[in-house]
Design a protein. Structure first.
Length: 422
């Protein structure tokens, strides 16, 4: 009913993988793939547009399912499920569910603790645009209704770099509030961490609909650290998207004051968007002359080997991290983690036992924590010895099924589940 072998082709009708599901970290796509492999009688839809033909032939999109679980295309899925009277669950995988700028990071580069509003969000949204900070005082002086009207016009015109994104900011904030009101109509909202649960409640999501269900991973084989700690450089590594909110610039700044003979930094990941590629070039300039190895994206079936080739994971995010699947992967292989107190990692790492926690966006604190490990590498062995088996995907699925059963309306023994990805 819950776990076991992969569903057969009939059960997985509509399930397909896009190549980026296998190599990109953020782990949303990887999570969905892991989930669908362990749910029986499960269909995955990667984008709702692929189902237009089905809607035309059957008159509905989701009516044949016992429950629909939206991991992407959340607004469209909730609307369709409401129209068809099908139970719907939404998982908040990242801050974009409740943040118009996408990362729950305020204009001072601090984790945001305010609800969505024009007053609270405009400066963050404008600042997130390249060169936007310079234009903010002028844009703020424009009356709100006029900003909305300008945004409505801009949305219908050809895209103009800088001008179109700025013109759309107030409209995007208003749209985010509308989208949240729609998503709140779902039967349940899954919060993978207490941090995102508090953020959801702060933004008006009904507490009685929110369920705290931490993620899990397919467990990897635990592997011993490579011998020679103390006689060779410590191999630090980062695994994830190369994006500014992940804080790699803070990590490089932290390492600049440490002897390069003590460490290597291996960066596993890729920059996908144009801003990410600009950021990657900035990082490469910062890292000039440092022992940094840019390893590129890693296929998911090669993650264990990549982690095992290193000693300590560093997760320097400056935004609110809803969970942290890569932290669980590192623990599963037996590698301790140094991370910022940015939400999910606070709830995964036992500070001083299996890893270290430092304040976000604080290069001095991060540098001090890393220096302590690099100058006394036996501490790495102690932290590795303190790692417990992390939460598995099977445990996660069992808890998720309990939420599915809360909302199912027909009491089936073998519920048919639709996972919407995006």
């Amino acid at each position: 009913m819950l776990t076991g072998s992969e569903p057969d082709q009939e059960q997985r009708r509509g399930l397909f993988y896009d190549k980026k599901s296998q190599i990109e970290y953020g782990g949303g796509q990887v999570y969905v793939v892991s989930l669908t492999r362990r749910l029986r009688f499960c269909t995955m839809m990667y984008g709702l547009t692929a189902s237009k033909e089905e809607r035309q032939t059957t008159g509905s999109l989701f009516s044949q399912y016992s429950v629909v679980h939206a991991n992407g295309h959340k607004v469209e899925t909730v609307v369709s499920c409401t129209e068809e009277n099908v139970p719907c669950i939404v998982t908040s995988h990242h801050g974009g569910l409740i943040c118009p700028a996408g990362a729950l990071l305020d204009w001072r580069d601090r984790i945001c603790s305010l609800p969505v509003s024009e007053r609270n969000c405009l400066k963050c949204c404008v600042r997130a645009i390249r060169w936007g900070a310079m234009f903010y005082p002028f844009w703020r002086a424009v009356p709100y209704r006029l900003r909305l009207a300008i945004g409505a016009v801009a949305s219908r015109l050809p895209f103009v770099p800088f001008l179109t994104p700025v013109a759309l900011t107030s409209r995007s904030i208003a749209r985010k509030r509308q989208d949240m009101a729609t998503i709140a109509q779902a039967d349940r909202i899954i919060a993978p961490s207490r941090a995102i649960q508090r953020a959801l409640e702060r933004n008006g999501f009904p507490p009685d609909k929110i369920r705290f269900v931490p993620h899990g991973i397919p467990l990897l084989d635990r592997q011993p650290l490579t011998p020679g700690l103390g006689q060779r450089p410590v191999r630090l590594f980062y695994l994830g998207r190369i994006n500014r909110v992940k804080g790699l610039h803070v990590l490089l700044e932290a390492l600049q004051g440490i002897s390069p003979s003590l460490f290597e930094l291996h960066v596993f990941g890729q920059a996908v968007t144009k801003p990410e590629r600009r950021y990657e070039r900035r990082l490469q300039r910062m890292a000039a002359g440092m022992p940094v190895k840019w390893r590129g994206p890693v296929a998911h079936d090669a993650v264990a080997g990549a982690i095992a080739s290193c000693d300590v994971m560093v997760h320097p995010a400056i935004c609110l991290e809803v969970f942290g699947l890569t932290l669980l992967e590192s623990f599963s292989v037996g590698r301790p983690v140094v991370a910022t107190r940015c939400g999910g990692p606070d709830e995964i790492i036992r500070d001083g036992v299996d890893g270290l926690l430092v304040p976000p966006n604080n290069a001095a604190a991060l540098g001090a924590a890393l220096r302590g490990l690099l100058e006394a590498p036996n501490r790495i062995l102690d932290l590795a010895a303190g790692i417990q088996t992390p939460r598995s995907i099977e445990q996660h699925v069992n808890d998720l099924m309990a939420v599915y059963r809360e909302v199912m309306r027909n009491g089936e023994e073998e519920p048919r589940i639709c996972i919407v990805a995006g």
